[in-house]
Design a protein around this ligand. Sequence first.
Ligand SMILES: [Mg+2]
Length: 241
Amino acid sequence: MQSGHLDAVIFDWGGTLTQWHDIDFHAESLALAQAVITTPSPDDDHHAYAERLHAAGDVIWGRSRDHQQSSTVADLFTEAGLDHDPELLAAYREFWEPHTGTDAQVAPLFEGLRALGLKVGVLSNTIWPRAWHEQFFRRDGVDHLVDGDVYTSEIPWTKPSPQAFAAAMDAVGTDDPSRCVYVGDRLFDDVWGAQNAGLRAIHIPHSAIPANQVGHTEGTPDAVVQELGEILDVVTRWHAG
Ligand SMILES: [Mg+2]
């Protein structure tokens, strides 16, 4: 790696590289329920499936919060006691699509960080498959600017587990957390988690984190920025020491 004090800047995805949107979780569950394999029979009740999926979502995200245990979309249906067909997830995917747009400041920021000789990484707590995330980045023309990305649907742990951060550092080819910066919108998963793993943390404080997703500790960020474009200055300063 190049000289300077840093090797990599690793980013959260939702609410960090994308704009935070409040989500209607009832509508989300109804979209998800369209992937349930129905018989069909009089017992097939779309709204009942949605309710079970909503409750299952609380269980798996509670598991992430309390035990840093990851899940996949398939795990969500299993938790709900429902069979699903991944081919039928189109409605769920379409429900989320408007909330997946990459912030316009991402491309110039990633280019600026790479021009400093730094690696750019992504670490997202997500139940979605890697292919979905890669398609979002490709659609928005930033996929070639990411050196390494880790989606927790592919590993056993979620943030704030230090093992999740270690996986992300490994993905960008570094193993020294003191030479890494993490950027996120959550004070528990992202800021406390990164600092607990030995990284520096930058907070973007615009997301309305649901009360049941707030963890046991809130970290004090090493820097706070109001928009992504400000990160290059902060990182340039830290990199120079
Ligand atoms: Mg986030």
